[in-house]
Write a protein that binds this ligand. Structure first.
Ligand code: R5P
Length: 292
């Protein structure tokens, strides 16, 4: 039976995971030194145990917490160390765009891979990142828990905010037996952009706009504003990872969003999509744990 430990901001995923696997959840003692450095101690003997470390990476300095927990498990002779990373930070910079830059997505993945035997991540922004961990790594999908939340709300159309995100919308729609489409942007003037479903008429329909990340909320708010103007019956703003930076939530409400939904991969008041079960199933499949 594995031992599950988690760092700050990751209690929700860790508790679902531990319950689903009937695993032992173990507390971590955290302290902060006066100069701002962190201290972490796993409060039980993990030698010879399979340790599962759950640490989401928002805010981005939680990278340090993740590395500390992985290292604590390693230094205390865990039999195996699995990193469960509900939200992986630093994914934007996945290549050299300009001379002199760091390729953060690659080095962050490489660093994580030095301290664990296996990585389970959720909805990576680019599939190539998975290879960079240098250990067994899975890029899991949140489609099932997203679909479960949308089913409860009788959503009958799933829309991607752009063509690049349409596969996710299509997969979730398939699970729901709903329709799907993506929003097409047309620039009407220097300041005006129209966003409209490519093919579907959503008048009177219950629509979810589904994106991988809601960051400043700009993309989602624009989409929902136009769908509401176009006469949809309800519009849900759904992000697998909801960062809700600055005034994001206010922007979404002002656009007429009926409900904002996000995964608990980043904990917030909108975290109504529980992704721990996805990790539990994947861990059971690796043989590290038994699913209940
Ligand atoms: C972009 O590639 C992502 O899939 C999201 O569309 C983006 O991060 C959303 O950002 P914002 O909420 O700031 O519009």
């Amino acid at each position: 039976m594995p031992v599950v430990v988690h760092g700050p901001g990751s209690a929700s995923v860790a508790s679902t995971l531990a319950a689903d696997l009937d695993a032992q959840a173990c507390t971590v003692e955290w302290k902060e030194f006066p100069d701002g450095e962190s201290y972490a101690r796993i409060t039980r003997d993990v030698s010879g145990q399979d340790v599962v470390v759950v640490q989401s990476m928002y805010p981005a300095d939680r990278f340090t917490h993740l590395m500390m927990l992985l290292n604590a498990a390693r230094e205390n002779h865990a039999a195996s160390v699995t990193a469960v990373i509900p939200y992986l930070a630093y994914q934007r910079q996945d290549k050299l765009f300009l001379e002199g830059e760091a390729v953060s997505a690659r080095w962050v993945a490489q660093c994580i891979g030095t301290q664990c035997d296996r990585v389970l991540a959720l909805e990576l922004h680019k599939p190539v990142i998975r290879q960079w961990f240098g250990v067994d790594a899975l890029d899991l999908s949140a489609d099932e828990p997203v679909a479960a939340a949308l089913r409860q709300r009788d959503v009958d159309v799933v829309l991607a905010p752009d063509a690049g995100a349409r596969e996710r919308a299509e997969r979730v729609a398939r699970i729901l037996g709903a329709d799907h489409d993506f929003l097409e942007k047309t620039r009407l003037s220097g300041t005006e952009v129209r966003m409209k479903p490519k093919a579907l008429d959503v008048t009177g329909r219950r629509v979810a706009v589904l994106d991988d990340i809601i960051s400043t909320g700009g993309t989602m708010a624009k989409a929902i504003e136009q769908l509401k103007k176009g006469g949809c019956a309800a519009a849900y703003g759904v992000g697998v990872h909801g960062l809700f930076l600055g005034e994001a939530a206010a922007k979404l409400r002002a656009a007429g969003t009926d409900e904002i939904l996000a995964g608990d991969s980043v904990e917030s008041q909108y975290s109504q999509i529980h992704v721990g079960g996805v990790f539990a199933q994947a861990l059971a499949a690796t043989g590290v744990a038994k699913h209940q």
